[in-house]
Design a protein around this ligand. Structure first.
Ligand SMILES: [Zn+2]
Length: 423
């Protein structure tokens, strides 16, 4: 369906002029608002009279459905996050977080400042509903009313955004963490307003380590400092949660250092994959295969992708640069994951660098000779791996930082020794 068709559809369902709808739609899409979201916001703007059944119905949070057009709910405010977004060409400040009653919790986005405070009980009248990652979300706009309730609603959820890093998930907003900055680097990026300085690095508490970005560098954030960050939000970065600090976050130095864990949580493969992605995790299992594209590979000098027959997917015919890597399938009985090892780890496993590998391949007159040697060293053995796990539609990949053999079976070692001697 073309944008024109979408505009036509929308205009006829809303009973308004198509030219105007199309211009608005183009405007939104041009500013990278996803099409569905853009259409929703135009429905709000022009008023969706299509299924007007005489006003919103009062619902319990758990009853709110993505098919509802608008509802009224009475709920406790759990979190309030403030963020700036670019919308229809200008910057808008929005408020996001979660509301809850006894039956469940629900995300909300407020397009205006309703002065919401964590802990208060409110009745939100005539909130719009949109679907966000498969779940209903309340939209509080200019046709929404917010009234304070005198009686506090008891809810089975924590009020306020205080949380351990291990519990953060992409999409969380209005989050408060107390952490130690274990790595911090100042970077210049090409942002939407030209070159801007940001901070990026790693935060840690007793529960986990996570990457972070500070889009409005706070001087309190530096390597080794312990800080309390209020009003952060969580995004997905390479398949794992990442803490985002913005101009609306408050950062405060803490007198007492926050203990930073050095350990990664040790999980079963299935459990790790179910989490959707982890910045730092330890997995254990047997290597059941070494995948094609392991050993001696050639990378595109432009983008670093592995090239096939000198052809890069993005850059066509290129002069490939030799490199080493391993893609090994690790199985722990609960699931499998592809472990990806860079040149350094591959060198350790293979026992030689790129030059040695090229020499080896020349001698055997077989490019696969290196991968075969690696296969022999890995397949059927148990390893413990630590790194970043990302999960997508194509499977689960663990970018390994460490890769260690689990206490060698003495019989295996004897066989290895014999093999060495027999060479
Ligand atoms: Zn390329």
């Amino acid at each position: 369906m073309s944008l024109d068709d979408h505009a036509e559809d929308l205009a006829s369902s809303l009973g308004v002029d198509k030219t105007e709808v199309k211009r608005d739609l183009e405007n939104l899409v041009e500013y990278s608002v996803p099409l569905d979201e853009a259409k929703d916001s135009l429905r709000r703007k022009y008023g969706d009279g299509a299924d007007d059944d005489g006003g919103p119905t009062s619902k319990a949070v758990a009853e709110v459905d993505t098919d509802d057009s608008n509802v009224t709910v009475t709920a406790r405010v759990l979190t309030v996050g403030k963020r700036s977004i670019r919308y229809q060409g200008s910057d808008h400040v929005i408020f996001e977080g979660e509301l809850a009653d006894e039956t469940g919790r629900i995300s909300y986005t407020a397009w205006e400042d309703f002065d919401l405070e964590p802990g208060e009980t409110v009745t939100v009248g005539n909130a719009g509903i949109r679907e966000w990652e498969g779940e209903p979300e309340l939209n509080l706009g200019d046709s929404t009313s917010v009234s304070r309730e005198a009686e506090t609603l008891e809810v089975p959820y924590e009020v306020g955004g205080d949380t351990g890093l291990v519990d953060l998930e992409p999409g969380d907003r209005g989050v408060t963490v107390e952490v130690t900055v274990t790595e911090c680097e100042r970077k210049t990026i090409d942002g939407r307003d030209g070159e801007t300085e940001i901070l990026s690095g790693v935060l840690a508490d007793e529960t986990a380590r996570l990457p972070f970005t500070d889009w409005d560098p706070h001087p309190e954030i530096e390597t080794g400092a312990s800080v309390r960050v209020e009003n952060a939000f969580v995004r997905e970065f390479r398949g794992a949660p990442s803490v985002n600090v913005s101009e609306f976050s408050t950062v405060e130095r803490l007198e007492d250092p926050v203990e930073a864990t050095d350990d990664a949580p040790r999980l079963g493969v299935r459990e790790a994959i179910a989490s959707g992605g982890l910045f730092d995790v330890e997995l254990g299992g047997s290597v059941i295969a070494v995948r094609d594209g392991s050993g001696l590979v050639e990378r595109c000098p432009e983008c670093g992708r592995v090239v096939q027959n000198g052809q890069c997917r993005s850059h066509g015919q290129v002069d490939g640069v030799d490199d080493l890597r391993v893609k090994a399938i690790l199985d722990d009985g609960t699931g499998t994951v592809t472990v990806i090892m860079d040149a350094d780890l591959t060198e350790e496993i293979y026992g030689g660098g790129v030059e040695a590998a090229k020499e080896h391949a020349r001698e055997e007159m077989d490019q696969e000779a290196v991968a075969d040697a690696i296969r022999e060293r890995l397949v059927g053995r148990e390893f413990r791996v630590r790194g970043s796990l990302s999960v997508d539609d194509y499977g689960a990949n663990l970018n390994a930082r460490t890769f260690e053999a689990v206490a060698d079976d003495p019989a295996d070692r004897a066989r290895e020794l014999l093999a060495e001697v027999g060479r």
